[in-house]
Design a protein around this ligand. Structure first.
Ligand SMILES: Cc1cc2nc3c(=O)[nH]c(=O)nc-3n(C[C@H](O)[C@H](O)[C@H](O)COP(=O)(O)O)c2cc1C
Ligand code: SF4
Length: 454
Protein backbone atom coordinates (compact mmCIF):
# COMPACT_ATOMS: atom_id res chain seq x y z
CA UNK A 1 0.00 0.00 0.00
CA UNK A 2 1.19 3.51 -0.79
CA UNK A 3 2.39 6.09 1.71
CA UNK A 4 2.39 9.85 1.29
CA UNK A 5 6.12 9.78 0.56
CA UNK A 6 5.88 7.27 -2.31
CA UNK A 7 6.29 8.52 -5.90
CA UNK A 8 3.48 8.13 -8.40
CA UNK A 9 3.25 8.08 -12.18
CA UNK A 10 0.70 10.31 -13.93
CA UNK A 11 0.65 9.78 -17.69
CA UNK A 12 4.39 9.07 -17.78
CA UNK A 13 5.30 11.87 -15.36
CA UNK A 14 6.91 10.81 -12.10
CA UNK A 15 5.63 12.89 -9.20
CA UNK A 16 8.00 12.51 -6.22
CA UNK A 17 5.28 12.01 -3.59
CA UNK A 18 1.51 11.86 -3.20
CA UNK A 19 0.85 15.28 -1.66
CA UNK A 20 -0.49 18.03 -3.93
CA UNK A 21 -1.48 21.64 -3.59
CA UNK A 22 -4.98 21.90 -5.06
CA UNK A 23 -5.71 24.86 -7.36
CA UNK A 24 -6.44 28.17 -5.63
CA UNK A 25 -6.99 31.51 -7.31
CA UNK A 26 -3.86 33.60 -7.06
CA UNK A 27 -5.37 36.80 -8.57
CA UNK A 28 -1.89 37.50 -9.96
CA UNK A 29 -3.22 38.92 -13.24
CA UNK A 30 -0.97 39.47 -16.28
CA UNK A 31 0.85 42.64 -15.31
CA UNK A 32 4.61 43.17 -14.98
CA UNK A 33 4.62 41.62 -11.47
CA UNK A 34 2.40 38.64 -12.32
CA UNK A 35 5.15 36.02 -12.57
CA UNK A 36 6.77 37.20 -9.33
CA UNK A 37 3.39 37.06 -7.59
CA UNK A 38 2.87 33.49 -8.80
CA UNK A 39 6.35 32.50 -7.66
CA UNK A 40 5.68 34.02 -4.24
CA UNK A 41 2.44 32.05 -4.02
CA UNK A 42 3.49 28.68 -5.35
CA UNK A 43 7.20 28.23 -4.66
CA UNK A 44 6.88 27.86 -0.85
CA UNK A 45 4.77 24.71 -1.29
CA UNK A 46 7.39 23.22 -3.61
CA UNK A 47 10.18 24.24 -1.24
CA UNK A 48 8.36 22.42 1.57
CA UNK A 49 8.40 19.20 -0.44
CA UNK A 50 4.91 19.09 -1.98
CA UNK A 51 5.12 16.72 -4.97
CA UNK A 52 2.61 18.36 -7.29
CA UNK A 53 1.57 22.00 -7.51
CA UNK A 54 -1.72 22.69 -9.28
CA UNK A 55 -1.74 26.36 -10.27
CA UNK A 56 -5.11 28.14 -9.92
CA UNK A 57 -7.39 28.46 -12.92
CA UNK A 58 -6.06 30.47 -15.87
CA UNK A 59 -8.22 31.68 -18.74
CA UNK A 60 -7.64 30.42 -22.27
CA UNK A 61 -8.89 33.60 -23.98
CA UNK A 62 -7.88 37.24 -23.95
CA UNK A 63 -11.36 38.63 -23.23
CA UNK A 64 -14.03 37.59 -20.76
CA UNK A 65 -14.38 34.22 -19.06
CA UNK A 66 -12.86 35.21 -15.68
CA UNK A 67 -14.74 33.96 -12.63
CA UNK A 68 -13.07 36.62 -10.45
CA UNK A 69 -11.03 39.78 -11.00
CA UNK A 70 -7.30 39.43 -11.59
CA UNK A 71 -7.25 35.90 -12.93
CA UNK A 72 -4.22 35.16 -15.08
CA UNK A 73 -4.83 34.66 -18.80
CA UNK A 74 -2.71 32.35 -20.95
CA UNK A 75 -3.85 33.40 -24.43
CA UNK A 76 -0.75 35.50 -25.08
CA UNK A 77 2.42 33.61 -26.18
CA UNK A 78 4.73 36.36 -24.93
CA UNK A 79 3.22 36.41 -21.43
CA UNK A 80 2.91 32.63 -21.18
CA UNK A 81 6.57 32.13 -22.13
CA UNK A 82 7.51 34.29 -19.13
CA UNK A 83 5.92 31.67 -16.87
CA UNK A 84 9.02 29.52 -17.50
CA UNK A 85 10.59 31.43 -14.61
CA UNK A 86 7.89 29.98 -12.35
CA UNK A 87 8.16 26.42 -13.66
CA UNK A 88 11.97 26.49 -13.28
CA UNK A 89 11.67 27.60 -9.66
CA UNK A 90 9.25 24.76 -8.93
CA UNK A 91 11.52 22.25 -10.67
CA UNK A 92 14.54 23.49 -8.69
CA UNK A 93 12.83 21.94 -5.64
CA UNK A 94 12.15 18.64 -7.40
CA UNK A 95 8.37 19.28 -7.55
CA UNK A 96 6.07 19.18 -10.56
CA UNK A 97 3.63 21.83 -11.68
CA UNK A 98 0.47 21.63 -13.79
CA UNK A 99 -1.44 24.55 -15.23
CA UNK A 100 -5.20 24.63 -14.83
CA UNK A 101 -7.13 25.84 -17.89
CA UNK A 102 -10.55 27.42 -17.62
CA UNK A 103 -13.26 29.54 -19.17
CA UNK A 104 -16.03 30.61 -16.81
CA UNK A 105 -18.88 30.67 -19.36
CA UNK A 106 -22.00 31.72 -17.46
CA UNK A 107 -20.01 31.80 -14.23
CA UNK A 108 -17.94 34.75 -15.44
CA UNK A 109 -17.72 38.31 -14.16
CA UNK A 110 -19.85 39.25 -17.19
CA UNK A 111 -22.73 37.70 -15.22
CA UNK A 112 -22.24 38.89 -11.67
CA UNK A 113 -19.73 41.73 -11.31
CA UNK A 114 -21.67 45.00 -11.63
CA UNK A 115 -18.75 47.38 -12.17
CA UNK A 116 -17.03 45.03 -14.61
CA UNK A 117 -20.22 44.80 -16.65
CA UNK A 118 -20.55 48.59 -16.72
CA UNK A 119 -17.00 49.09 -17.95
CA UNK A 120 -17.13 46.18 -20.46
CA UNK A 121 -20.60 46.48 -22.00
CA UNK A 122 -19.48 44.80 -25.22
CA UNK A 123 -18.45 41.54 -23.51
CA UNK A 124 -20.79 38.61 -24.09
CA UNK A 125 -21.39 35.76 -21.65
CA UNK A 126 -20.52 32.55 -23.42
CA UNK A 127 -23.24 29.98 -22.82
CA UNK A 128 -23.60 26.32 -23.64
CA UNK A 129 -27.40 26.80 -23.93
CA UNK A 130 -30.00 29.35 -22.89
CA UNK A 131 -29.75 29.52 -19.08
CA UNK A 132 -32.26 27.31 -17.23
CA UNK A 133 -35.33 28.92 -15.61
CA UNK A 134 -33.80 28.75 -12.11
CA UNK A 135 -30.97 31.07 -13.22
CA UNK A 136 -33.34 33.33 -15.12
CA UNK A 137 -35.32 33.65 -11.88
CA UNK A 138 -32.15 34.79 -10.10
CA UNK A 139 -31.78 37.36 -12.87
CA UNK A 140 -35.33 38.65 -12.27
CA UNK A 141 -34.62 38.86 -8.51
CA UNK A 142 -31.58 41.01 -9.27
CA UNK A 143 -28.86 38.60 -8.09
CA UNK A 144 -27.33 37.97 -11.53
CA UNK A 145 -27.62 39.46 -15.01
CA UNK A 146 -27.91 37.17 -18.01
CA UNK A 147 -27.43 38.29 -21.61
CA UNK A 148 -25.92 35.10 -22.94
CA UNK A 149 -24.37 34.36 -26.26
CA UNK A 150 -25.10 30.67 -26.93
CA UNK A 151 -22.11 29.10 -28.66
CA UNK A 152 -22.71 27.89 -32.22
CA UNK A 153 -21.28 24.48 -33.12
CA UNK A 154 -18.33 26.12 -34.91
CA UNK A 155 -17.69 28.31 -31.87
CA UNK A 156 -17.52 25.22 -29.62
CA UNK A 157 -14.79 23.81 -31.88
CA UNK A 158 -12.96 27.15 -31.70
CA UNK A 159 -13.20 27.24 -27.88
CA UNK A 160 -11.77 23.71 -27.64
CA UNK A 161 -8.94 24.78 -29.95
CA UNK A 162 -8.19 27.66 -27.56
CA UNK A 163 -7.74 25.11 -24.75
CA UNK A 164 -5.33 23.23 -27.03
CA UNK A 165 -3.37 26.37 -27.95
CA UNK A 166 -3.09 27.40 -24.29
CA UNK A 167 -1.87 23.89 -23.38
CA UNK A 168 0.82 24.06 -26.08
CA UNK A 169 2.06 27.41 -24.76
CA UNK A 170 2.08 26.00 -21.20
CA UNK A 171 4.18 23.00 -22.21
CA UNK A 172 6.65 25.33 -23.94
CA UNK A 173 6.86 27.31 -20.70
CA UNK A 174 7.88 24.13 -18.86
CA UNK A 175 4.64 22.99 -17.23
CA UNK A 176 4.62 19.25 -16.54
CA UNK A 177 0.97 18.77 -17.32
CA UNK A 178 -2.43 20.29 -17.96
CA UNK A 179 -5.30 20.32 -15.50
CA UNK A 180 -8.83 21.21 -16.58
CA UNK A 181 -11.19 23.15 -14.34
CA UNK A 182 -13.96 20.62 -14.84
CA UNK A 183 -15.84 20.94 -11.55
CA UNK A 184 -15.96 24.53 -10.40
CA UNK A 185 -19.11 25.51 -12.28
CA UNK A 186 -17.15 26.88 -15.26
CA UNK A 187 -17.81 26.14 -18.92
CA UNK A 188 -16.46 22.56 -18.85
CA UNK A 189 -18.96 21.62 -16.14
CA UNK A 190 -21.64 23.55 -18.03
CA UNK A 191 -21.09 21.22 -21.01
CA UNK A 192 -21.17 18.12 -18.79
CA UNK A 193 -24.21 19.07 -16.75
CA UNK A 194 -27.80 18.35 -17.87
CA UNK A 195 -28.77 21.44 -15.86
CA UNK A 196 -26.97 23.72 -18.33
CA UNK A 197 -26.56 21.67 -21.46
CA UNK A 198 -29.74 21.54 -23.59
CA UNK A 199 -27.89 21.56 -26.92
CA UNK A 200 -29.20 19.67 -29.90
CA UNK A 201 -25.94 19.35 -31.85
CA UNK A 202 -23.15 16.79 -31.26
CA UNK A 203 -22.32 18.46 -27.88
CA UNK A 204 -25.68 17.88 -26.19
CA UNK A 205 -28.50 15.41 -25.62
CA UNK A 206 -27.13 12.13 -24.25
CA UNK A 207 -24.50 11.86 -21.46
CA UNK A 208 -21.97 10.76 -24.13
CA UNK A 209 -22.70 13.86 -26.20
CA UNK A 210 -22.36 16.15 -23.17
CA UNK A 211 -18.88 14.65 -22.70
CA UNK A 212 -17.97 15.38 -26.31
CA UNK A 213 -16.54 18.82 -25.45
CA UNK A 214 -14.01 17.21 -23.08
CA UNK A 215 -13.21 14.61 -25.76
CA UNK A 216 -12.57 17.41 -28.23
CA UNK A 217 -10.45 19.37 -25.73
CA UNK A 218 -8.43 16.17 -25.16
CA UNK A 219 -7.84 15.78 -28.92
CA UNK A 220 -6.92 19.46 -29.33
CA UNK A 221 -4.43 19.25 -26.46
CA UNK A 222 -2.88 16.03 -27.78
CA UNK A 223 -2.59 17.48 -31.28
CA UNK A 224 -1.11 20.82 -30.24
CA UNK A 225 0.78 20.01 -27.01
CA UNK A 226 1.68 16.34 -27.54
CA UNK A 227 1.48 13.55 -25.02
CA UNK A 228 1.44 15.81 -21.98
CA UNK A 229 -0.12 14.44 -18.75
CA UNK A 230 -3.75 15.53 -18.73
CA UNK A 231 -5.82 15.78 -15.53
CA UNK A 232 -9.32 17.02 -14.97
CA UNK A 233 -11.70 17.61 -12.11
CA UNK A 234 -14.85 15.52 -12.53
CA UNK A 235 -18.13 16.79 -11.07
CA UNK A 236 -21.00 15.08 -9.28
CA UNK A 237 -23.68 17.71 -8.70
CA UNK A 238 -25.08 16.04 -5.59
CA UNK A 239 -25.27 19.13 -3.37
CA UNK A 240 -27.30 21.24 -5.85
CA UNK A 241 -30.40 23.11 -4.51
CA UNK A 242 -33.68 21.08 -4.35
CA UNK A 243 -35.28 23.08 -7.24
CA UNK A 244 -32.64 21.57 -9.54
CA UNK A 245 -33.90 18.27 -10.96
CA UNK A 246 -31.54 17.76 -13.91
CA UNK A 247 -28.09 17.27 -12.48
CA UNK A 248 -25.16 14.85 -12.38
CA UNK A 249 -25.61 12.15 -9.72
CA UNK A 250 -22.73 10.36 -8.01
CA UNK A 251 -23.18 7.46 -10.44
CA UNK A 252 -23.10 9.90 -13.38
CA UNK A 253 -19.82 11.29 -12.00
CA UNK A 254 -18.35 7.78 -11.73
CA UNK A 255 -19.41 7.03 -15.30
CA UNK A 256 -17.88 10.31 -16.51
CA UNK A 257 -14.55 9.37 -14.92
CA UNK A 258 -14.67 5.93 -16.53
CA UNK A 259 -15.27 7.43 -19.96
CA UNK A 260 -12.58 10.07 -19.46
CA UNK A 261 -10.06 7.30 -18.88
CA UNK A 262 -11.15 5.67 -22.15
CA UNK A 263 -10.80 9.00 -23.97
CA UNK A 264 -7.21 9.25 -22.75
CA UNK A 265 -7.21 11.42 -19.62
CA UNK A 266 -4.34 10.50 -17.28
CA UNK A 267 -5.84 11.35 -13.87
CA UNK A 268 -9.14 12.51 -12.39
CA UNK A 269 -10.11 14.63 -9.38
CA UNK A 270 -13.69 13.70 -8.33
CA UNK A 271 -15.42 16.69 -6.73
CA UNK A 272 -18.97 17.06 -5.43
CA UNK A 273 -20.16 20.45 -6.54
CA UNK A 274 -23.39 22.33 -7.00
CA UNK A 275 -24.65 23.62 -10.35
CA UNK A 276 -24.56 27.19 -9.05
CA UNK A 277 -21.82 29.22 -7.52
CA UNK A 278 -22.19 28.35 -3.85
CA UNK A 279 -20.12 27.01 -0.97
CA UNK A 280 -20.41 23.34 -1.88
CA UNK A 281 -16.76 23.19 -3.00
CA UNK A 282 -15.43 25.26 -0.09
CA UNK A 283 -17.34 23.84 2.86
CA UNK A 284 -16.89 25.65 6.11
CA UNK A 285 -18.05 28.64 8.10
CA UNK A 286 -19.81 31.86 7.16
CA UNK A 287 -16.94 34.34 6.72
CA UNK A 288 -18.25 37.06 9.03
CA UNK A 289 -14.91 38.80 9.42
CA UNK A 290 -14.47 39.08 5.63
CA UNK A 291 -17.96 40.53 5.08
CA UNK A 292 -17.50 43.05 7.89
CA UNK A 293 -14.08 44.24 6.72
CA UNK A 294 -14.50 48.06 6.67
CA UNK A 295 -11.79 48.64 4.08
CA UNK A 296 -13.48 46.38 1.53
CA UNK A 297 -17.09 47.66 1.76
CA UNK A 298 -16.84 50.05 -1.18
CA UNK A 299 -15.24 47.42 -3.36
CA UNK A 300 -17.91 44.88 -2.39
CA UNK A 301 -20.57 47.45 -3.32
CA UNK A 302 -18.92 47.96 -6.70
CA UNK A 303 -18.69 44.21 -7.32
CA UNK A 304 -22.25 43.37 -6.27
CA UNK A 305 -23.92 46.53 -7.61
CA UNK A 306 -24.76 48.38 -4.39
CA UNK A 307 -25.22 47.84 -0.67
CA UNK A 308 -28.60 46.09 -0.94
CA UNK A 309 -27.41 43.50 -3.41
CA UNK A 310 -24.25 43.01 -1.33
CA UNK A 311 -26.39 42.29 1.75
CA UNK A 312 -28.47 39.79 -0.22
CA UNK A 313 -25.32 37.96 -1.35
CA UNK A 314 -24.00 37.94 2.23
CA UNK A 315 -27.34 36.51 3.41
CA UNK A 316 -27.19 33.79 0.75
CA UNK A 317 -23.64 33.07 1.90
CA UNK A 318 -24.87 32.67 5.48
CA UNK A 319 -27.64 30.25 4.44
CA UNK A 320 -25.17 28.23 2.35
CA UNK A 321 -22.74 27.94 5.24
CA UNK A 322 -25.48 26.16 7.21
CA UNK A 323 -26.15 23.86 4.27
CA UNK A 324 -22.47 23.16 3.48
CA UNK A 325 -20.99 22.75 6.91
CA UNK A 326 -17.40 21.53 7.00
CA UNK A 327 -17.06 17.77 6.71
CA UNK A 328 -13.66 16.07 6.80
CA UNK A 329 -12.65 14.57 3.43
CA UNK A 330 -16.10 15.19 1.99
CA UNK A 331 -15.24 13.74 -1.45
CA UNK A 332 -13.94 10.44 -0.05
CA UNK A 333 -16.91 8.30 -1.03
CA UNK A 334 -17.01 9.73 -4.58
CA UNK A 335 -13.25 9.17 -4.97
CA UNK A 336 -13.51 5.61 -3.69
CA UNK A 337 -16.32 4.79 -6.11
CA UNK A 338 -14.40 6.29 -9.02
CA UNK A 339 -11.22 4.45 -8.05
CA UNK A 340 -13.08 1.14 -8.13
CA UNK A 341 -13.88 1.76 -11.81
CA UNK A 342 -10.72 3.33 -13.26
CA UNK A 343 -7.06 2.42 -13.35
CA UNK A 344 -5.68 5.96 -13.74
CA UNK A 345 -4.69 7.88 -10.57
CA UNK A 346 -7.53 9.40 -8.53
CA UNK A 347 -6.71 12.62 -6.70
CA UNK A 348 -8.73 13.48 -3.59
CA UNK A 349 -9.30 16.97 -2.17
CA UNK A 350 -11.91 18.81 -0.14
CA UNK A 351 -11.64 19.01 3.66
CA UNK A 352 -8.52 16.86 4.04
CA UNK A 353 -6.69 18.33 7.00
CA UNK A 354 -4.26 15.97 8.70
CA UNK A 355 -1.65 13.35 8.16
CA UNK A 356 -3.57 10.54 9.84
CA UNK A 357 -6.48 11.14 7.51
CA UNK A 358 -4.15 11.23 4.50
CA UNK A 359 -2.63 7.89 5.47
CA UNK A 360 -6.10 6.42 5.86
CA UNK A 361 -7.24 7.67 2.43
CA UNK A 362 -4.12 6.35 0.71
CA UNK A 363 -4.10 3.05 2.53
CA UNK A 364 -7.48 2.12 3.97
CA UNK A 365 -6.31 -1.22 5.30
CA UNK A 366 -4.32 0.57 7.99
CA UNK A 367 -7.51 2.08 9.35
CA UNK A 368 -9.45 -1.12 9.11
CA UNK A 369 -7.34 -3.59 11.03
CA UNK A 370 -10.40 -5.12 12.52
CA UNK A 371 -11.31 -2.84 15.41
CA UNK A 372 -11.70 0.49 13.59
CA UNK A 373 -8.19 1.81 14.14
CA UNK A 374 -4.69 1.01 12.91
CA UNK A 375 -2.99 0.37 16.25
CA UNK A 376 -2.28 -3.24 15.47
CA UNK A 377 -4.58 -4.55 18.21
CA UNK A 378 -7.42 -5.58 15.93
CA UNK A 379 -8.36 -9.08 15.01
CA UNK A 380 -7.20 -8.84 11.40
CA UNK A 381 -6.69 -6.24 8.71
CA UNK A 382 -9.23 -6.02 5.92
CA UNK A 383 -8.06 -5.53 2.39
CA UNK A 384 -10.24 -2.48 1.73
CA UNK A 385 -8.92 -0.48 -1.20
CA UNK A 386 -7.52 3.02 -0.78
CA UNK A 387 -9.90 5.89 -1.52
CA UNK A 388 -7.38 7.66 -3.75
CA UNK A 389 -3.81 7.76 -5.08
CA UNK A 390 -2.90 11.33 -4.11
CA UNK A 391 -4.20 13.71 -1.45
CA UNK A 392 -4.51 17.45 -1.86
CA UNK A 393 -5.38 20.53 0.12
CA UNK A 394 -6.25 24.05 -0.98
CA UNK A 395 -7.11 26.60 1.75
CA UNK A 396 -4.54 25.15 4.20
CA UNK A 397 -1.83 26.38 1.80
CA UNK A 398 -3.07 29.96 2.18
CA UNK A 399 -2.75 29.49 5.93
CA UNK A 400 0.63 27.74 5.76
CA UNK A 401 2.40 28.15 2.41
CA UNK A 402 5.13 25.70 3.53
CA UNK A 403 2.73 23.16 5.01
CA UNK A 404 4.35 20.26 3.16
CA UNK A 405 7.31 20.28 5.55
CA UNK A 406 5.02 19.47 8.49
CA UNK A 407 3.15 16.68 6.72
CA UNK A 408 5.89 14.82 4.85
CA UNK A 409 8.08 12.52 6.88
CA UNK A 410 6.37 13.93 9.94
CA UNK A 411 4.15 12.53 12.60
CA UNK A 412 0.45 13.24 13.03
CA UNK A 413 0.53 16.88 11.88
CA UNK A 414 -2.71 18.80 11.27
CA UNK A 415 -3.22 21.85 9.08
CA UNK A 416 -3.88 25.11 10.95
CA UNK A 417 -6.62 26.29 8.57
CA UNK A 418 -9.91 26.40 10.48
CA UNK A 419 -12.20 26.56 7.40
CA UNK A 420 -13.54 30.00 8.34
CA UNK A 421 -13.54 31.07 4.65
CA UNK A 422 -12.36 34.62 5.42
CA UNK A 423 -9.95 34.21 2.49
CA UNK A 424 -12.72 33.66 -0.06
CA UNK A 425 -14.99 36.74 -0.16
CA UNK A 426 -12.23 39.40 -0.58
CA UNK A 427 -11.32 37.73 -3.88
CA UNK A 428 -14.45 39.27 -5.45
CA UNK A 429 -12.48 42.53 -5.28
CA UNK A 430 -9.36 40.99 -6.83
CA UNK A 431 -7.61 40.90 -3.45
CA UNK A 432 -4.79 38.34 -3.26
CA UNK A 433 -5.45 34.84 -1.99
CA UNK A 434 -4.06 34.85 1.54
CA UNK A 435 -5.15 33.69 4.96
CA UNK A 436 -7.04 36.53 6.68
CA UNK A 437 -7.64 35.11 10.15
CA UNK A 438 -5.32 36.58 12.80
CA UNK A 439 -5.53 33.64 15.24
CA UNK A 440 -4.40 31.23 12.52
CA UNK A 441 -1.63 33.58 11.37
CA UNK A 442 -0.42 33.90 14.95
CA UNK A 443 -0.17 30.12 15.28
CA UNK A 444 1.73 29.99 11.99
CA UNK A 445 4.13 32.61 13.37
CA UNK A 446 4.74 30.46 16.46
CA UNK A 447 5.44 27.40 14.32
CA UNK A 448 7.78 29.43 12.12
CA UNK A 449 9.73 30.50 15.19
CA UNK A 450 9.95 26.85 16.27
CA UNK A 451 11.47 26.08 12.85
CA UNK A 452 8.93 23.41 11.89
CA UNK A 453 8.76 24.58 8.27
CA UNK A 454 12.52 24.45 7.74
C1 LIG B 1 -10.27 30.91 -2.70
C2 LIG B 1 -10.41 29.64 -3.47
C3 LIG B 1 -10.06 29.60 -4.82
C4 LIG B 1 -10.18 28.41 -5.55
N1 LIG B 1 -9.79 28.39 -6.85
C5 LIG B 1 -9.90 27.23 -7.56
C6 LIG B 1 -9.48 27.17 -8.91
O1 LIG B 1 -8.92 28.12 -9.46
N2 LIG B 1 -9.68 26.01 -9.59
C7 LIG B 1 -10.25 24.91 -9.01
O2 LIG B 1 -10.40 23.88 -9.67
N3 LIG B 1 -10.61 24.92 -7.71
C8 LIG B 1 -10.46 26.04 -6.99
N4 LIG B 1 -10.81 26.06 -5.66
C9 LIG B 1 -11.27 24.79 -5.01
C10 LIG B 1 -10.07 24.10 -4.35
O3 LIG B 1 -9.17 23.59 -5.32
C11 LIG B 1 -10.52 22.92 -3.44
O4 LIG B 1 -11.17 21.95 -4.20
C12 LIG B 1 -11.45 23.38 -2.32
O5 LIG B 1 -10.97 24.57 -1.71
C13 LIG B 1 -11.60 22.29 -1.26
O6 LIG B 1 -10.35 21.96 -0.70
P1 LIG B 1 -9.90 22.48 0.76
O7 LIG B 1 -10.97 22.06 1.71
O8 LIG B 1 -8.59 21.80 1.02
O9 LIG B 1 -9.78 23.97 0.70
C14 LIG B 1 -10.67 27.24 -4.92
C15 LIG B 1 -11.00 27.28 -3.56
C16 LIG B 1 -10.85 28.46 -2.84
C17 LIG B 1 -11.18 28.45 -1.37
S1 SF4 C 1 -8.88 32.57 6.11
FE1 SF4 C 1 -7.19 31.25 6.72
S2 SF4 C 1 -8.03 29.85 8.25
FE2 SF4 C 1 -9.77 30.79 7.19
S3 SF4 C 1 -10.26 29.30 5.55
FE3 SF4 C 1 -8.89 30.84 4.66
S4 SF4 C 1 -6.85 29.96 4.92
FE4 SF4 C 1 -8.22 28.81 6.28
Amino acid sequence: MATLEDPIDIGGLTVPNRLYRAPLLECAGNGPDAVDALIDDLEPAAASGVGLICQGATIVRGDGGCAAPGMTRVHDPEFTSRLSRLTERIHDHGSRIVLQLEHGGLRSMETWHAEFRRSNPELEQLAVSTPPWQLRALDRLGFLTFEPHVLSTDEVYELAADFGRAAARAVEAGYDGIHLAGANMGIVQQFLSPFYNRREDEFGGSPEARLEFLALVHDEIRERAGDVPLLTKVPAETPAPPVVRRKLSLSDGVELARRLERIGYDAVVPVQTSVVWDMSIIRGEYPARAWENERLQEEYDAAFGGATRKRLVALANRVQSLQYDFEPAWNEDFCRRVRERVSIPVLAEGGIRDRTEMDRLLDSARELDGDGNDDGTGTGATDADPACDMVGMARPFYAEPRLGARLLDGDAASALCDNCNNCTVPQVTGAPGICRTPSVLRKRGELEREGVYD
